[in-house]
Design a protein around this ligand. Structure first.
Ligand code: UDX
Length: 451
Protein backbone atom coordinates (compact mmCIF):
# COMPACT_ATOMS: atom_id res chain seq x y z
CA UNK A 1 0.00 0.00 0.00
CA UNK A 2 3.00 2.29 0.38
CA UNK A 3 3.19 5.08 -2.16
CA UNK A 4 6.49 5.14 -4.01
CA UNK A 5 9.05 6.44 -1.56
CA UNK A 6 6.56 8.29 0.63
CA UNK A 7 4.16 7.24 3.33
CA UNK A 8 0.45 7.63 3.62
CA UNK A 9 -1.19 9.71 6.25
CA UNK A 10 0.48 10.42 9.57
CA UNK A 11 -1.17 8.58 12.45
CA UNK A 12 -0.72 9.73 16.04
CA UNK A 13 -1.32 6.91 18.52
CA UNK A 14 -2.07 7.65 22.16
CA UNK A 15 -1.77 4.55 24.39
CA UNK A 16 -2.93 4.34 27.99
CA UNK A 17 0.27 3.76 30.01
CA UNK A 18 -0.31 0.24 31.31
CA UNK A 19 1.10 -2.96 29.83
CA UNK A 20 -2.28 -4.43 28.88
CA UNK A 21 -3.06 -1.24 26.92
CA UNK A 22 0.40 -0.46 25.50
CA UNK A 23 0.68 -3.90 23.85
CA UNK A 24 -2.43 -3.69 21.64
CA UNK A 25 -1.74 -0.04 20.70
CA UNK A 26 1.81 -0.81 19.56
CA UNK A 27 0.57 -3.93 17.75
CA UNK A 28 -1.90 -1.72 15.91
CA UNK A 29 0.93 0.72 15.11
CA UNK A 30 2.97 -2.13 13.64
CA UNK A 31 0.05 -3.29 11.49
CA UNK A 32 -0.65 0.22 10.20
CA UNK A 33 3.02 0.97 9.60
CA UNK A 34 3.30 -2.20 7.53
CA UNK A 35 0.44 -0.82 5.40
CA UNK A 36 2.26 2.40 4.65
CA UNK A 37 1.24 4.81 7.42
CA UNK A 38 3.68 6.93 9.42
CA UNK A 39 3.38 6.35 13.13
CA UNK A 40 3.96 8.77 15.99
CA UNK A 41 3.32 7.47 19.51
CA UNK A 42 2.39 10.25 21.94
CA UNK A 43 2.80 8.63 25.35
CA UNK A 44 2.77 9.51 29.03
CA UNK A 45 6.14 9.65 30.76
CA UNK A 46 4.86 7.12 33.26
CA UNK A 47 5.55 3.58 31.97
CA UNK A 48 7.22 5.03 28.91
CA UNK A 49 7.48 2.40 26.11
CA UNK A 50 10.83 0.89 25.09
CA UNK A 51 11.45 3.13 22.10
CA UNK A 52 14.45 1.14 20.84
CA UNK A 53 12.19 -1.84 20.11
CA UNK A 54 10.26 0.24 17.55
CA UNK A 55 12.79 2.05 15.37
CA UNK A 56 10.16 2.84 12.71
CA UNK A 57 8.00 4.88 15.07
CA UNK A 58 8.49 8.44 16.29
CA UNK A 59 7.94 8.74 20.05
CA UNK A 60 6.67 11.86 21.76
CA UNK A 61 6.80 11.86 25.59
CA UNK A 62 4.04 13.98 27.15
CA UNK A 63 4.73 15.54 30.57
CA UNK A 64 2.04 13.83 32.62
CA UNK A 65 2.61 15.36 36.06
CA UNK A 66 2.51 11.97 37.77
CA UNK A 67 4.87 11.72 40.69
CA UNK A 68 4.19 8.25 42.07
CA UNK A 69 2.99 4.88 40.88
CA UNK A 70 -0.73 4.33 41.38
CA UNK A 71 -1.82 1.48 43.64
CA UNK A 72 -3.79 -0.62 41.19
CA UNK A 73 -6.65 -1.02 40.62
CA UNK A 74 -7.75 1.31 43.48
CA UNK A 75 -6.05 4.46 42.21
CA UNK A 76 -6.73 3.87 38.53
CA UNK A 77 -9.48 6.44 37.99
CA UNK A 78 -7.85 9.22 40.01
CA UNK A 79 -4.54 8.54 38.27
CA UNK A 80 -6.16 8.63 34.82
CA UNK A 81 -8.05 11.79 35.61
CA UNK A 82 -4.82 13.56 36.63
CA UNK A 83 -2.97 12.24 33.60
CA UNK A 84 -5.73 13.36 31.23
CA UNK A 85 -5.60 16.81 32.76
CA UNK A 86 -1.82 17.16 32.49
CA UNK A 87 -1.27 15.71 29.03
CA UNK A 88 -3.85 17.84 27.27
CA UNK A 89 -1.89 21.10 26.79
CA UNK A 90 1.40 19.55 25.63
CA UNK A 91 -0.50 17.29 23.23
CA UNK A 92 -2.42 20.23 21.80
CA UNK A 93 0.82 22.21 21.33
CA UNK A 94 2.44 19.27 19.57
CA UNK A 95 -0.49 18.73 17.19
CA UNK A 96 -0.83 22.44 16.43
CA UNK A 97 2.83 22.58 15.43
CA UNK A 98 2.44 19.43 13.37
CA UNK A 99 -0.52 20.92 11.49
CA UNK A 100 1.34 24.18 10.87
CA UNK A 101 4.15 22.25 9.25
CA UNK A 102 1.79 20.34 6.92
CA UNK A 103 1.67 21.92 3.50
CA UNK A 104 -1.31 19.94 2.24
CA UNK A 105 -4.60 20.10 4.12
CA UNK A 106 -5.55 16.55 3.09
CA UNK A 107 -2.53 15.29 5.00
CA UNK A 108 -3.92 16.23 8.42
CA UNK A 109 -3.00 13.61 11.00
CA UNK A 110 -5.53 11.13 12.32
CA UNK A 111 -5.49 10.43 16.06
CA UNK A 112 -5.98 6.88 17.35
CA UNK A 113 -6.36 6.86 21.11
CA UNK A 114 -7.05 4.41 23.90
CA UNK A 115 -10.62 4.79 25.22
CA UNK A 116 -9.19 5.92 28.61
CA UNK A 117 -7.09 8.75 27.09
CA UNK A 118 -9.99 11.12 26.68
CA UNK A 119 -7.74 14.23 26.50
CA UNK A 120 -6.61 13.03 23.05
CA UNK A 121 -10.16 13.09 21.81
CA UNK A 122 -10.84 16.52 23.31
CA UNK A 123 -7.76 17.94 21.57
CA UNK A 124 -8.56 16.21 18.26
CA UNK A 125 -12.09 17.64 18.32
CA UNK A 126 -10.78 21.10 19.22
CA UNK A 127 -8.39 21.00 16.25
CA UNK A 128 -10.99 19.32 14.01
CA UNK A 129 -8.85 16.27 13.42
CA UNK A 130 -10.27 12.83 12.70
CA UNK A 131 -10.04 10.60 15.75
CA UNK A 132 -10.59 6.90 16.29
CA UNK A 133 -10.86 4.97 19.56
CA UNK A 134 -8.94 1.75 20.13
CA UNK A 135 -10.89 -0.33 22.64
CA UNK A 136 -8.35 -2.68 24.17
CA UNK A 137 -10.93 -4.78 26.05
CA UNK A 138 -13.70 -7.08 24.88
CA UNK A 139 -17.00 -5.78 23.51
CA UNK A 140 -18.76 -7.60 26.35
CA UNK A 141 -16.81 -5.66 28.97
CA UNK A 142 -17.62 -2.27 27.44
CA UNK A 143 -21.30 -3.15 26.97
CA UNK A 144 -21.50 -4.16 30.63
CA UNK A 145 -20.72 -0.60 31.75
CA UNK A 146 -23.46 0.77 29.55
CA UNK A 147 -25.98 -1.57 31.18
CA UNK A 148 -25.68 0.26 34.54
CA UNK A 149 -28.19 3.04 33.89
CA UNK A 150 -30.79 0.42 32.92
CA UNK A 151 -29.99 -1.78 35.93
CA UNK A 152 -30.31 1.17 38.26
CA UNK A 153 -33.63 2.13 36.70
CA UNK A 154 -34.82 -1.42 37.27
CA UNK A 155 -33.89 -1.11 40.95
CA UNK A 156 -30.79 -3.26 41.19
CA UNK A 157 -28.28 -1.90 43.72
CA UNK A 158 -25.23 -3.49 42.18
CA UNK A 159 -22.40 -2.82 44.66
CA UNK A 160 -24.38 -4.49 47.44
CA UNK A 161 -24.90 -7.49 45.17
CA UNK A 162 -21.17 -8.08 44.94
CA UNK A 163 -21.35 -11.66 46.18
CA UNK A 164 -24.59 -12.58 44.45
CA UNK A 165 -24.50 -15.48 42.01
CA UNK A 166 -27.85 -14.41 40.57
CA UNK A 167 -27.71 -13.83 36.81
CA UNK A 168 -27.93 -10.18 35.74
CA UNK A 169 -31.06 -9.60 33.65
CA UNK A 170 -30.11 -8.91 30.03
CA UNK A 171 -26.41 -9.64 30.55
CA UNK A 172 -26.20 -13.41 30.21
CA UNK A 173 -23.90 -15.12 31.33
CA UNK A 174 -22.85 -12.54 33.92
CA UNK A 175 -23.78 -12.80 37.59
CA UNK A 176 -23.96 -9.75 39.83
CA UNK A 177 -20.65 -10.76 41.39
CA UNK A 178 -18.99 -10.50 37.94
CA UNK A 179 -19.97 -6.88 37.38
CA UNK A 180 -17.25 -4.21 37.48
CA UNK A 181 -19.14 -2.33 40.25
CA UNK A 182 -17.74 -4.91 42.65
CA UNK A 183 -14.40 -3.07 42.32
CA UNK A 184 -15.80 0.12 43.78
CA UNK A 185 -17.30 1.07 47.16
CA UNK A 186 -20.17 2.82 45.42
CA UNK A 187 -21.38 3.53 41.92
CA UNK A 188 -19.38 6.78 41.53
CA UNK A 189 -16.47 4.90 39.97
CA UNK A 190 -18.81 3.27 37.47
CA UNK A 191 -20.32 6.62 36.45
CA UNK A 192 -16.80 7.97 35.95
CA UNK A 193 -15.88 5.07 33.65
CA UNK A 194 -19.14 5.48 31.76
CA UNK A 195 -18.39 9.19 31.33
CA UNK A 196 -14.97 8.33 29.88
CA UNK A 197 -16.36 5.63 27.61
CA UNK A 198 -19.16 7.92 26.49
CA UNK A 199 -16.74 9.84 24.26
CA UNK A 200 -17.56 7.17 21.72
CA UNK A 201 -20.27 9.25 20.10
CA UNK A 202 -17.82 12.04 19.27
CA UNK A 203 -15.21 9.79 17.66
CA UNK A 204 -15.05 8.93 13.97
CA UNK A 205 -14.86 5.16 14.53
CA UNK A 206 -13.93 2.37 16.95
CA UNK A 207 -11.29 -0.31 16.51
CA UNK A 208 -11.74 -3.52 18.52
CA UNK A 209 -9.11 -6.11 19.27
CA UNK A 210 -11.61 -8.95 18.98
CA UNK A 211 -13.00 -11.34 16.38
CA UNK A 212 -16.45 -12.09 15.01
CA UNK A 213 -16.05 -15.75 15.99
CA UNK A 214 -15.99 -14.64 19.64
CA UNK A 215 -18.24 -11.60 19.84
CA UNK A 216 -20.26 -11.21 16.65
CA UNK A 217 -23.66 -10.74 18.31
CA UNK A 218 -22.23 -8.37 20.92
CA UNK A 219 -20.63 -6.30 18.16
CA UNK A 220 -24.01 -6.12 16.43
CA UNK A 221 -25.61 -5.04 19.70
CA UNK A 222 -22.95 -2.40 20.17
CA UNK A 223 -23.34 -1.17 16.60
CA UNK A 224 -27.06 -0.77 17.18
CA UNK A 225 -26.49 1.22 20.39
CA UNK A 226 -23.75 3.50 18.99
CA UNK A 227 -24.04 4.51 15.37
CA UNK A 228 -20.27 4.74 14.83
CA UNK A 229 -18.29 2.62 12.32
CA UNK A 230 -16.80 -0.41 14.13
CA UNK A 231 -13.81 -2.43 12.99
CA UNK A 232 -13.03 -5.71 14.72
CA UNK A 233 -9.57 -6.64 13.55
CA UNK A 234 -8.25 -8.96 16.26
CA UNK A 235 -6.25 -10.73 17.37
CA UNK A 236 -3.80 -8.02 16.42
CA UNK A 237 -0.71 -9.79 17.76
CA UNK A 238 -1.24 -12.49 15.12
CA UNK A 239 -1.62 -10.05 12.21
CA UNK A 240 1.73 -8.28 12.31
CA UNK A 241 4.55 -9.71 14.34
CA UNK A 242 5.18 -6.74 16.57
CA UNK A 243 8.44 -6.28 18.47
CA UNK A 244 8.07 -6.79 22.16
CA UNK A 245 6.45 -3.90 23.98
CA UNK A 246 7.15 -5.36 27.43
CA UNK A 247 7.92 -2.85 30.14
CA UNK A 248 9.80 -5.55 32.08
CA UNK A 249 12.66 -7.55 30.68
CA UNK A 250 11.55 -10.89 29.24
CA UNK A 251 13.42 -13.91 30.57
CA UNK A 252 13.86 -16.20 27.56
CA UNK A 253 15.57 -18.91 29.58
CA UNK A 254 12.10 -20.38 30.10
CA UNK A 255 11.96 -21.24 26.38
CA UNK A 256 15.05 -23.46 26.71
CA UNK A 257 13.36 -25.09 29.71
CA UNK A 258 10.11 -25.57 27.69
CA UNK A 259 12.13 -27.18 24.88
CA UNK A 260 12.92 -30.02 27.28
CA UNK A 261 9.28 -30.71 28.24
CA UNK A 262 6.76 -33.10 26.67
CA UNK A 263 4.02 -31.92 24.28
CA UNK A 264 1.06 -30.32 26.11
CA UNK A 265 2.50 -31.25 29.51
CA UNK A 266 3.26 -27.82 31.01
CA UNK A 267 0.85 -25.54 32.84
CA UNK A 268 1.80 -21.88 32.41
CA UNK A 269 0.80 -19.51 35.24
CA UNK A 270 0.72 -15.75 34.90
CA UNK A 271 -1.57 -13.05 36.26
CA UNK A 272 -0.58 -10.28 33.87
CA UNK A 273 1.03 -7.00 34.79
CA UNK A 274 -1.14 -5.77 37.68
CA UNK A 275 -3.00 -8.48 39.61
CA UNK A 276 -1.16 -9.72 42.67
CA UNK A 277 -1.31 -12.78 44.88
CA UNK A 278 -1.08 -12.53 48.67
CA UNK A 279 1.31 -14.59 50.76
CA UNK A 280 -1.26 -17.20 51.81
CA UNK A 281 -2.49 -17.73 48.24
CA UNK A 282 1.08 -17.97 47.02
CA UNK A 283 1.77 -20.79 49.46
CA UNK A 284 -1.42 -22.67 48.53
CA UNK A 285 -0.66 -22.25 44.81
CA UNK A 286 2.87 -23.52 45.36
CA UNK A 287 1.77 -26.68 47.18
CA UNK A 288 -1.04 -27.29 44.70
CA UNK A 289 1.51 -27.14 41.89
CA UNK A 290 3.96 -29.35 43.77
CA UNK A 291 1.32 -31.97 44.60
CA UNK A 292 -0.18 -32.00 41.08
CA UNK A 293 3.08 -33.44 39.78
CA UNK A 294 2.66 -31.48 36.54
CA UNK A 295 5.54 -29.50 35.03
CA UNK A 296 4.89 -25.76 35.39
CA UNK A 297 6.19 -22.40 34.23
CA UNK A 298 5.26 -19.69 36.73
CA UNK A 299 5.62 -15.93 36.26
CA UNK A 300 6.16 -14.23 39.62
CA UNK A 301 6.67 -10.49 39.26
CA UNK A 302 8.65 -8.54 41.85
CA UNK A 303 6.50 -6.37 44.10
CA UNK A 304 5.90 -3.13 42.11
CA UNK A 305 6.22 -0.96 45.24
CA UNK A 306 9.29 -2.29 47.00
CA UNK A 307 10.84 -4.63 44.42
CA UNK A 308 10.56 -7.59 46.83
CA UNK A 309 10.88 -10.96 45.15
CA UNK A 310 7.78 -13.14 45.56
CA UNK A 311 10.06 -16.17 45.28
CA UNK A 312 11.37 -15.15 48.72
CA UNK A 313 7.86 -15.79 50.04
CA UNK A 314 7.64 -19.32 48.62
CA UNK A 315 7.72 -22.14 51.18
CA UNK A 316 11.28 -23.11 52.16
CA UNK A 317 11.27 -26.64 50.80
CA UNK A 318 9.15 -25.86 47.71
CA UNK A 319 11.99 -25.45 45.23
CA UNK A 320 13.68 -28.59 46.52
CA UNK A 321 10.43 -30.53 46.21
CA UNK A 322 9.69 -29.55 42.60
CA UNK A 323 13.29 -29.42 41.34
CA UNK A 324 13.57 -29.28 37.54
CA UNK A 325 9.82 -29.85 37.17
CA UNK A 326 9.17 -26.15 37.78
CA UNK A 327 10.53 -23.03 36.13
CA UNK A 328 9.94 -19.63 37.74
CA UNK A 329 10.66 -16.33 35.98
CA UNK A 330 9.91 -12.67 36.74
CA UNK A 331 8.48 -11.97 33.28
CA UNK A 332 8.13 -14.28 30.27
CA UNK A 333 7.87 -13.78 26.51
CA UNK A 334 4.20 -14.77 26.91
CA UNK A 335 3.14 -15.02 23.28
CA UNK A 336 6.09 -17.30 22.55
CA UNK A 337 5.34 -19.36 25.66
CA UNK A 338 1.69 -19.89 24.72
CA UNK A 339 2.69 -20.85 21.16
CA UNK A 340 5.14 -23.46 22.47
CA UNK A 341 4.00 -27.05 21.88
CA UNK A 342 4.95 -28.06 25.45
CA UNK A 343 2.34 -25.71 26.95
CA UNK A 344 -0.97 -27.51 27.50
CA UNK A 345 -2.76 -25.16 29.88
CA UNK A 346 -2.80 -21.55 31.11
CA UNK A 347 -3.75 -20.55 34.63
CA UNK A 348 -4.56 -16.90 34.06
CA UNK A 349 -6.16 -13.81 35.57
CA UNK A 350 -7.94 -13.46 32.19
CA UNK A 351 -6.92 -9.96 31.17
CA UNK A 352 -8.16 -9.45 27.63
CA UNK A 353 -4.71 -9.74 26.02
CA UNK A 354 -3.94 -12.97 27.85
CA UNK A 355 -7.36 -14.31 26.88
CA UNK A 356 -6.82 -13.52 23.19
CA UNK A 357 -3.26 -14.85 23.25
CA UNK A 358 -4.44 -18.13 24.79
CA UNK A 359 -7.33 -18.50 22.35
CA UNK A 360 -5.03 -17.79 19.38
CA UNK A 361 -2.80 -20.70 20.39
CA UNK A 362 -5.56 -23.14 21.36
CA UNK A 363 -4.49 -23.31 25.02
CA UNK A 364 -7.30 -24.10 27.53
CA UNK A 365 -7.48 -22.03 30.71
CA UNK A 366 -7.98 -22.05 34.45
CA UNK A 367 -9.50 -18.65 35.17
CA UNK A 368 -8.68 -16.78 38.35
CA UNK A 369 -9.90 -13.22 37.72
CA UNK A 370 -8.91 -10.43 40.11
CA UNK A 371 -10.86 -7.34 39.08
CA UNK A 372 -12.48 -5.33 36.30
CA UNK A 373 -13.01 -6.93 32.90
CA UNK A 374 -11.21 -10.11 34.01
CA UNK A 375 -14.39 -11.41 35.66
CA UNK A 376 -16.39 -10.75 32.51
CA UNK A 377 -13.81 -12.45 30.30
CA UNK A 378 -13.83 -15.39 32.70
CA UNK A 379 -17.58 -15.86 32.32
CA UNK A 380 -17.30 -15.92 28.53
CA UNK A 381 -14.42 -18.43 28.70
CA UNK A 382 -16.17 -20.73 31.16
CA UNK A 383 -19.80 -20.39 30.02
CA UNK A 384 -19.86 -19.37 26.37
CA UNK A 385 -16.67 -20.45 24.58
CA UNK A 386 -16.06 -23.20 27.17
CA UNK A 387 -12.31 -23.34 26.62
CA UNK A 388 -11.66 -23.13 30.35
CA UNK A 389 -13.19 -23.07 33.82
CA UNK A 390 -13.20 -20.71 36.76
CA UNK A 391 -11.36 -21.39 39.99
CA UNK A 392 -13.51 -19.61 42.59
CA UNK A 393 -13.34 -18.94 46.33
CA UNK A 394 -10.29 -19.18 48.57
CA UNK A 395 -7.27 -20.92 47.14
CA UNK A 396 -6.45 -24.02 49.11
CA UNK A 397 -3.76 -26.52 48.08
CA UNK A 398 -6.15 -29.48 47.58
CA UNK A 399 -8.49 -27.39 45.39
CA UNK A 400 -5.55 -26.03 43.44
CA UNK A 401 -4.08 -29.47 42.85
CA UNK A 402 -7.43 -30.83 41.61
CA UNK A 403 -7.94 -27.84 39.28
CA UNK A 404 -4.52 -28.36 37.70
CA UNK A 405 -5.16 -32.08 37.21
CA UNK A 406 -8.63 -31.37 35.83
CA UNK A 407 -7.19 -29.14 33.12
CA UNK A 408 -4.02 -31.06 32.35
CA UNK A 409 -4.85 -34.77 32.60
CA UNK A 410 -8.60 -35.33 32.90
CA UNK A 411 -11.22 -35.89 30.18
CA UNK A 412 -12.95 -32.64 31.06
CA UNK A 413 -9.71 -30.75 30.41
CA UNK A 414 -9.25 -32.61 27.13
CA UNK A 415 -12.68 -31.45 26.00
CA UNK A 416 -11.75 -27.87 26.83
CA UNK A 417 -8.49 -28.35 24.89
CA UNK A 418 -10.53 -29.59 21.94
CA UNK A 419 -12.79 -26.51 22.07
CA UNK A 420 -9.71 -24.30 22.43
CA UNK A 421 -8.25 -25.92 19.30
CA UNK A 422 -11.48 -25.19 17.42
CA UNK A 423 -11.34 -21.55 18.51
CA UNK A 424 -7.74 -21.35 17.36
CA UNK A 425 -8.80 -22.62 13.92
CA UNK A 426 -11.63 -20.09 13.70
CA UNK A 427 -9.23 -17.34 14.73
CA UNK A 428 -6.81 -18.35 11.99
CA UNK A 429 -9.62 -18.27 9.45
CA UNK A 430 -10.68 -14.80 10.58
CA UNK A 431 -7.27 -13.25 9.84
CA UNK A 432 -6.72 -15.05 6.52
CA UNK A 433 -7.73 -13.49 3.19
CA UNK A 434 -11.52 -13.21 3.13
CA UNK A 435 -11.87 -13.72 6.92
CA UNK A 436 -13.83 -11.28 9.09
CA UNK A 437 -10.83 -9.58 10.74
CA UNK A 438 -8.96 -9.48 7.42
CA UNK A 439 -11.89 -7.75 5.72
CA UNK A 440 -12.46 -5.43 8.64
CA UNK A 441 -8.81 -4.34 8.60
CA UNK A 442 -9.05 -3.50 4.89
CA UNK A 443 -12.20 -1.49 5.57
CA UNK A 444 -10.39 0.32 8.38
CA UNK A 445 -7.49 1.24 6.07
CA UNK A 446 -9.92 2.66 3.52
CA UNK A 447 -11.76 4.48 6.27
CA UNK A 448 -8.58 6.10 7.58
CA UNK A 449 -7.70 7.26 4.08
CA UNK A 450 -11.17 8.71 3.62
CA UNK A 451 -11.65 10.69 6.87
C1 UDX B 1 -4.84 -4.83 32.18
C2 UDX B 1 -6.07 -5.37 32.91
O1 UDX B 1 -5.72 -5.93 34.14
C3 UDX B 1 -6.80 -6.35 32.00
O2 UDX B 1 -7.88 -6.91 32.71
C4 UDX B 1 -7.27 -5.58 30.79
O3 UDX B 1 -7.99 -6.46 29.95
C5 UDX B 1 -6.08 -4.97 30.10
O4 UDX B 1 -5.33 -4.17 30.99
P1 UDX B 1 -3.08 -6.94 32.44
O5 UDX B 1 -3.62 -7.26 33.77
O6 UDX B 1 -1.66 -6.66 32.37
O7 UDX B 1 -3.90 -5.79 31.72
O8 UDX B 1 -3.44 -8.26 31.55
P2 UDX B 1 -3.47 -8.58 30.02
O9 UDX B 1 -4.55 -7.87 29.31
O10 UDX B 1 -3.52 -10.05 29.93
O11 UDX B 1 -2.09 -8.05 29.45
C6 UDX B 1 -0.84 -8.53 29.87
C7 UDX B 1 0.11 -8.51 28.71
O12 UDX B 1 1.42 -8.72 29.24
C8 UDX B 1 -0.15 -9.61 27.68
O13 UDX B 1 -0.03 -9.10 26.38
C9 UDX B 1 0.95 -10.63 27.97
O14 UDX B 1 1.42 -11.29 26.82
C10 UDX B 1 2.04 -9.77 28.54
N1 UDX B 1 2.87 -10.57 29.48
C11 UDX B 1 2.35 -11.01 30.65
C12 UDX B 1 4.16 -10.84 29.12
O15 UDX B 1 4.63 -10.45 28.03
N2 UDX B 1 4.91 -11.56 29.98
C13 UDX B 1 4.47 -12.02 31.16
O16 UDX B 1 5.24 -12.67 31.88
C14 UDX B 1 3.13 -11.73 31.52
Amino acid sequence: MEKQGCRYRELVLVPCPFQGHINPMLQLGTILHSRGFSITVAHAQFNSPQTSNHPDFVFLPLPDGTSSKPVMPLDFLAFMSNLNLNCRAPFQDFLSQMIEKQDQHDQLPCIIYDGFMSFAQAVACHLKLPNIILQTGSVASVLTYFAYPRLQEEGYSTPQDSSSTELVPGLHPLRFKDLPATNFDNLDGIWQVIAILSNIGASSAIIWNTMDCLEQSLLAQYQQQFQVPNFSIGPMHKIASASSSSLLEEDSSCISWLNKQRHNSVIYISFGSIASVDAKELTEMAWGLANSEQPFLWVLRPDPDNGAEPTDRLPDDFKETVGERGCIVRWAPQQEVLAHSAVGGFWSHCGWNSTLESISEGVPMICRPAFGDQKINTRYISQVWRNGFELENDLERGVTERAIKRLMVEKDGDEMRQRAAELKEKTEVSIKKGGSSYNSLNELLEFIMSV
